[in-house]
Structure formats: structure tokens, C-alpha cells
Design a protein around this ligand. Sequence first.
Ligand SMILES: *Cc1c(COP(=O)(O)O)cnc(C)c1O
Length: 372
Amino acid sequence: MGSETNERVLMGPGPSDVHPNVLREMAKPLLGHLDPAFLTVMNETMSLLRQVYQTENKLTLAMSGTGSAGMETVFVNLVEPGDKVVICVNGLFGQRMVDVASRCGATVIEVKAPWGEIIDITKVKTTLEQHPDVALVAVVHAETSTGVLQPLEQLSQIVHDYEALFVCDMVTSLGGVPTLIDERKIDAAYSGTQKCLSAPPGLAPVTFSERAVHKMEKRKTKVQSWYLDLSMIQNYWGEERSYHHTAPITMVYGLHESLRLIINEGLEQVFERHRHFGEALHKGLDQMGLKLLVQKEHRLPQLTSVLIPDGVDDVNVRKQLLTKYGIEIGGGLGELKGKVWRIGLMGFNAKQRNVTLFLAALQDVLATNSKA
Ligand SMILES: *Cc1c(COP(=O)(O)O)cnc(C)c1O
């Protein structure tokens, strides 16, 4: 652990800063994981999760683990060996879904787009025409490796025309942009606590439609992961309350408080706050003469990829932002390594102070790092 004076502003792709009220809740003494008082906290957490996910799905709960555990939960429970699945890949997290689905024994068909662009839905349509027996189509809603926001409405329609399940990675979207699970007929989604929910990494909220539940009930094979098997996890979060594994009690306190804060502020207000400060950041970067990776209409407000100007040392700039200003931002991943910086304005962090602080700090650091 660093010294007490290590002040940081976490403006990367996650983890983002934790709301002080969440930290305070997490300092409270433990309850047993079957204590009636803790069961009340769990019930409230499920209800708050439904509100923030914008769904009435009964099967909505938080898996133990980070966002990737949420991804794995969706695939291990919905995919049986031999199932054909279509995965849209326009960044690192799409690639990760391909890996996870293949490990479940799925036959994976990829629909690709260049990093920084959205998925072309006509390509998904053509793929489904060629493979009408596809069981599931998955896409990343908010691609944190690029800063792209994928439009979902028409894609969902196409997927349902072919009677496949529609799965969305909502790790960076939940609590930042509307997820509208029911309105968009999304059959399964997963998220994480460490992005726009302003809680530490450690839980993965998931939600499943009736159609998805039906597919799980019809399985011929056992879910290959014991830890992530929803047929057992449901019995702990649901009426039965039977022991499966010990819930990460403190993390549930944290998630409960972070969701409560979002509902208290108002979902629409929270989305508007992200939109407002995301735009302010985009405008500020533009005024500095910097170029953004993603074209305007497909930009995420909560995660911005800015191109590193020619002749500027990627690592040095990030190092100076951290040592001089305590600001953490992210570098590029995969094919964008060394080409972009990724700046997060997630949850609690989406505020004027951070926009102003970051723009001023970057200007200062760039002045000493540019060759020109
Ligand atoms: C962060 C992230 C993940 C993985 O979450 P972890 O908490 O790192 O396991 C998955 N998908 C997207 C879009 C993400 O941003």
C-alpha cells in the first residue's frame, strides 16, 4: 500500500473512483451471509439492479467476481457444446467474448468491424441468413477499448427475427448510458461494479430474460463451471436461500449503496450528467487541436479515446500526469497500443472539476513533451 498521501483521480477505463458513501458503507461490520438482515440487503440490491438495468427480469443479481466473471456467467449458462454463436468484434472485449464462448464449446462466427467503428448490422443480417440456426448473438454495448457506443435497437430486431438470443456486454454502459434491457429486448447482459457504478471491482451484475431462462432450463448438459452455475446461484439469491458459496458481503454493501445513489440522483439525470461532461471533454480536446478516435455520433460520453499526437511519448505523458497531478488515464490496448489515450469520466467522476483538471494537466504535460 502506498502512503496515505497518494492522492489519485482515476480517469482511466476502470477502476474509477469510488463514491465516498460507498467506501463508508463498506467499512460497516459484517453480517453472516444467511443473516435475515443481509437477506434484506440482497433483496434490495436485486430490486435496485432491476431499476438501473431498466428491466423487470426476475433473474437479476450480482455474481461474485469482476466484469469478466459476468461475461463468463452469460456464456457458460447460455451456451452448450456445439451451439452456433455470432460474436461482434470491434475491440478487445469482443475478442474476449470469442475466447470465452469457444471455451464453452461453441462454434463461433465472428462479425468484425475496425477498432473505433460500430458493427455494421447488415453484416450481422447476412451472417444470420447464412446460418439461420444460430443460438445467440453477442455484442459489446460500450467498447471500453475504443470508446464506441453500439446502437442496439435494430440489431436486436434482426437477432429476434432469427429467434436467437441477444446478449450485450454492458460493463461500461451500466450507470453511464441507458441500457433499456426490456425496451430493447436484450436477453442477457452483464456488467461490473468498477466502471460507472463507482464501486470497487468485485461484483458482476447480470440480468436474464424469460427466453434466456428457458434456454437454460432446457440444457442437456451441466454448466461446466460449478462456481458460475446460475441454477444453483439462483437458489441462494432467490427464495430458497441455500448455501452455495459465501457471498462477498462487503462488496454487496458497496453495490447496494452505489445503486441507491444512482436512483436517488435519478437515472435520467445520471445519463444527462455523463453526456454533458463527456461532451465538455470532447470539446476541450478538440480546442487543444487533438483528434478523437471515434466519430461524433458513436462516441461514448464516459470513455474517450484521443489520438496521441505525432512525436509525443505515450508512456512519458501518462507517467507525468500521474506523478505531477495524480491523474491516471489509460493507454491503448491491442492494436491501439501506443496510438491512443483512454480517458474515463465514469459515475462519480463525471464532473466539471475532473474535466477542467484533466484538460489543464494535459496541456501542461504536453507542453514539455512535444518536439515541435
Ligand atoms: C472492464 C470491461 C470488462 C472486464 O471487466 P473486469 O472487471 O476487468 O473483469 C469487460 N467488458 C468491458 C466492455 C469492459 O469495459
